[in-house]
Ligand binder design. Structure first.
Ligand SMILES: NC(=O)c1ccc[n+]([C@@H]2O[C@H](COP(=O)([O-])OP(=O)(O)OC[C@H]3O[C@@H](n4cnc5c(N)ncnc54)[C@H](OP(=O)(O)O)[C@@H]3O)[C@@H](O)[C@H]2O)c1
Length: 297
């Protein structure tokens, strides 16, 4: 699998694996080790985390694989996020779900991520969601210090509008290297609301979360038009609907980086087929039409 350059010296695999859906109560260390090995064997070397995944548990879970294994650490890229404060028994001081981008909290969160993951550095730290109270000067200084200290190699954001991205970037001397946003056939709006256009103009590669709509594209609650069209194309290209959804994203010239979240190794293997599947132009538009619910104007 090819690597996508986010800076001249830093790249992520064309598909990233996200651990949001891991659950230590349902999966063993052997299960997640198998997922990790499968990813690596396919060239997926970039793993997406957040402090809060699975009630603040998944960095610790993943960290068990990294403990004492410097060789493994050197083969992978670790992305993590901070800022969302969930209600959790592990966070007794949190009385209401909120966002915290104070200097203290960002530093505290990064230290936790490093300790939990058993690593000295994060390859990328993302601010998980924009906050109305985010102070760009304070955040810029904090992020710059973290990069200077070596604890974080690169910084970025997630779910930021172009304006929010520009505001924070305007206070930074170092680049925000990505914006991780939702985009899939159930949620095609970033293609037209300026989100992708802005990143493309700035030559920033977007990371795409829930590229399969979290699986909702495939079930009865989803849009039947999309499901039917996927079925037609699955027959034509002889691949699964999940592969088509990823190929639909990968055809975009802005070099989108899907973050997949399946727990099934066979589906991870299938996902890789999307990187070599060239969807024909009109097939791309037939899916887009189904996503929009009408033909393009
Ligand atoms: N930045 C953010 O705000 C944000 C928000 C959400 C997620 N994320 C990141 O994005 C990653 C991916 O999100 P996601 O898990 O929602 O991605 P996704 O790949 O869109 O969805 C994965 C879900 O779809 C199911 N699925 C996959 N293929 C399927 C198929 N062919 N038929 C039926 N179901 C299928 C999977 O079930 P199986 O496991 O059974 O295959 C899994 O439950 C997360 O792990 C996280 O790292 C970031």
């Amino acid at each position: 699998m090819k690597q996508i350059e986010l800076t001249p010296k830093f790249s992520l695999s064309q598909i990233v694996y996200g651990v949001w859906r891991w659950d230590e109560n349902k999966q063993s260390l052997k299960d997640i080790s198998h997922i990790l090995d499968t990813c690596l064997s396919l060239g997926i070397d970039s793993f997406d985390h957040a402090d809060l995944y699975n009630d603040y548990g998944n960095e610790l879970f993943f960290g068990k694989l990294l403990k004492g294994n410097n060789a493994l650490r050197s083969q992978i890229k670790l992305i993590s996020k901070c800022g969302i404060q969930l209600l959790s028994q592990k966070k007794p001081l949190t009385k209401v779900k909120h966002y915290d981008y104070s200097r203290e909290h960002i530093r505290y969160s990064v230290e936790n991520s490093l300790r939990h993951l058993n690593t000295d550095f994060l390859d990328v730290l993302l601010l998980h969601r924009p906050s109305p109270l985010l102070n760009p000067e304070e955040v810029a200084e904090t992020l710059s210090d973290l990069v200077k200290s070596g604890k974080v190699r690169h910084i970025g954001v997630s779910n930021f509008t172009p304006q929010q991205f520009q505001l924070l970037q305007s206070r930074l001397d170092i680049p925000l290297i990505t914006n991780q946003i939702e985009l899939n056939l159930n949620h095609p709006f970033p293609l037209t609301d300026g989100s992708i256009d802005f990143l493309y103009k700035e030559k920033i590669k977007p990371m795409i979360w829930s590229p399969l709509g979290g699986g909702s594209i495939f079930n009865e609650t989803g849009n039947a038009l999309i499901r039917n069209k996927l079925q037609v194309l699955a027959d034509k290209y002889q691949v699964g609907a999940d592969v088509l959804c990823l190929a639909w994203l990968l055809k975009h010239p802005a070099q989108l980086i899907p973050v997949i979240g399946t727990n099934q190794v066979e589906r991870i293997k299938a996902a890789v087929k999307s990187t070599s599947l060239a969807l024909e132009l009109q097939d791309w538009f037939s899916l887009y039409e189904a996503a929009l619910g009408n033909e393009v104007p």
